[in-house]
Design a protein around this ligand. Structure first.
Ligand SMILES: NC(=[NH2+])NCCC[C@H](N)C(=O)O
Ligand SMILES: [Mn+2]
Ligand SMILES: [Mn+2]
Length: 300
């Protein structure tokens, strides 16, 4: 991994309905993300937060079952530019969310420079909905579909090109809540998924070995999109859409350590940290500890 890291905060909460996730980036800063990574020898640049426009109450907000579409598109456009710039500067983009709709902008910025990007989507959910299939209209349930070029053209066309990634380069890890339309898309595109069943059966070591081999085959970089709700809510309670039966703190650390050892990750985002729903900033603290492991922290 590179020695320079650019931290980009995205206080986005319009991709879902539970307020508070906009405070995720400050919660992770409060949990000493900058200091933790500096201690590992990195040159860390905290670029501050992306500005999020607030929706106008007179706007139609529910057009095509896409809540706050305009604001989500605009913020992601700004984010894509910031991410792209940090790649150009030779810096590792580390994006702090914010709800998962920000993956649209992160991937738009990263994929400009990686023509065949591998993606590890570590999440309880598939985030493979579109306006047509979404039960909620919440864009945070759509970013993986959007990045594959599926969805509203305002979203898929962000950055002026689509798709950003190919289905054969994506692996989902930790899934345990998928909507019908998402299941169909997984079948249709042949997307590789390690559900909690496979994690229980094979163990995290084998899952990560297989997943890492999968996303590095013919790819030129690997993006890690880590939704804190992949973890069991007992270990990471501060998330907007918790689902019981998730990966443990220890399994997730192991996954991060294996990624660090393999040295394959070229960009990352940690999303859905919601301090309002949290228990004494536990979830932000867990997120920062996981970043420590991802960037090479070891006990001995
Ligand atoms: N990034 C997330 N936490 N996504 C949760 C999505 C939940 C549900 N599948 C939806 O589309 O609304
Ligand atoms: Mn999720
Ligand atoms: Mn997600």
């Amino acid at each position: 991994m590179k020695k320079k890291i650019s931290i980009i905060g995205v206080p986005m909460d319009l991709g879902q309905r539970r307020r508070g996730v906009d405070m995720g980036p400050s919660a992770m800063r409060y949990a000493n993300v900058v200091e933790r990574l500096q201690a590992l020898g990195y040159e860390v640049h905290d670029l501050g937060d992306i500005e999020i426009g607030r929706p106008n109450e007179f706007d139609v907000i529910d057009e095509d079952n896409l809540k706050d579409l305009k604001e989500v598109v605009n913020a992601n456009q700004t984010l894509a530019e910031a991410v792209s710039k940090s790649v150009v500067n030779g810096s590792f983009p580390l994006v702090l969310g914010g709800d998962h709709s920000i993956a649209i902008g992160t991937l738009a910025g990263v994929a400009e420079h990686y023509k065949n990007l591998g993606v590890i989507w570590y999440d309880a959910h598939g985030d493979l909905n579109t306006g047509e299939t979404s039960p909620s209209g919440n864009i945070h349930g759509m970013p993986l579909a959007v990045s594959l070029g599926i969805g509203h053209p305002y979203l898929t066309g962000l950055g002026g090109y689509a798709p950003k990634i190919r289905p054969e380069n994506v692996v989902i890890i930790g899934a345990r809540s998928l909507d019908d339309g998402e299941k169909e898309l997984i079948q249709e595109k042949g997307i590789k998924v390690y559900t909690m069943h496979e994690i229980d059966r094979l163990g995290m070591t084998r899952v990560m070995e297989e997943a890492m081999e999968y996303v590095t085959k013919d790819t030129d970089g690997v993006h890690l999109s880590l939704d804190l709700d992949a973890l069991d809510p007992h270990d990471a309670p501060g998330v907007g859409t918790p689902v019981l039966g998730g990966t443990s703190y220890r399994e997730t650390h192991l996954a991060m350590e294996m990624l660090a050892e393999a040295d394959i990750v070229t960009s990352a985002e940690f999303v859905e940290v919601n301090p309002i729903l949290d228990d004494k900033n536990t979830t932000a603290t867990v997120a920062v500890a996981l970043m420590g492991s991802l960037f090479g922290e070891k006990l001995l």
